[in-house]
Design a protein around this ligand. Structure first.
Ligand SMILES: C[S@@+](CC[C@H](N)C(=O)[O-])C[C@H]1O[C@@H](n2cnc3c(N)ncnc32)[C@H](O)[C@@H]1O
Length: 242
């Protein structure tokens, strides 16, 4: 947890800052950022056939912009659960204007916790999302995050994870790491293949490149993986297994 407590302090300081630094945190990890830095996620309701009954958990939710968007678009009847270890991020999420049926100001499901140890009930969620935190986790902690996602998914549920990835050019990757570590610790950039291997090693039977692109900003490649648990009683045919 040593590195994680340093990171937590860095994120708290970033979200709490005045001036340009705080403005960037609130907007890059807010609704503007959803469109600019996570552009393909805007179409998730259609791409994943989300419904009003989708039970959504967002791990490393920042200000909660994605969950708000999905709730609004699906007319969700189930309050999503937003988990972040930064109380400063959750505070901003709590202050956001209520949207549609999803009123984050009275939503009880804002949870301050670490992604590697989630105090939530097994087999609860039909959609788990996790954006831009894998770069902060070493292999052991990333495996814990995948294990928690596996435990928390209900049968038939989907897990979508995306993160900045390597470009294939070492010099460019060094530059990208420099840009990404402006306010927080140096990132670990992993390919989609590496993410797939980690998912498989905790028990996910199938997975694919989520092909979330193009992202408008910043011009750093993303790696993404879509995986999940088959519904109860369904034996996956071999051709669907990786
Ligand atoms: C780069 S921001 C991304 C926020 C949001 N997912 C988005 O795409 O706008 C990363 C968020 O994850 C949180 N975070 C980072 N590491 C975490 C961990 N180990 N457990 C819980 N939250 C974490 C940070 O506090 C921050 O709010």
């Amino acid at each position: 947890m040593g590195n994680q407590s340093v990171l937590l302090r860095q994120y708290d300081a970033w979200f709490d800052s005045a001036g340009l630094k705080g403005f960037l945190a609130r907007h890059l990890f807010g609704t503007f950022g959803l469109w600019a830095t996570s552009t393909p996620l805007v179409r998730l309701p259609e791409e994943l056939s989300l419904t009003t009954h989708t039970v959504h958990l967002d791990i490393g939710s920042g200000t909660g912009a994605l969950a708000r968007h999905l709730s609004l678009r699906t007319g969700s009847s189930v309050a999503p659960v937003l988990v972040d270890f930064s109380s400063s991020a959750l505070k901003i999420g709590r202050q956001n204007e209520p949207l549609g049926k999803f009123d984050i100001t009275i939503n009880p499901h804002l949870l301050q916790a670490t992604a590697t140890d989630l105090p939530l009930k097994t087999a609860t969620f039909t959609l788990i999302t996790c954006g831009y935190i894998a770069k902060h986790l070493d292999k052991t902690d990333l495996l814990k995050l995948f294990s928690e996602a596996y435990r928390l998914l209900a049968p038939g549920g989907l897990f979508l994870l995306w993160e900045f990835g390597p470009s294939g050019n070492k010099k460019l990757d060094r530059w990208n790491s420099f840009v990404l570590s402006r306010y927080v610790s140096k990132p670990i950039l992993r390919s989609t293949e590496t993410l797939q291997e980690l998912a498989e090693s905790v028990g996910f039977d199938f997975y694919e490149d989520a092909r979330l692109r193009p992202f408008l900003f910043p011009p750093i490649p993303r790696a993404s993986i879509l995986t999940g648990k088959p519904p109860d009683g369904i034996e996956l045919p071999d051709r669907l297994r990786n």
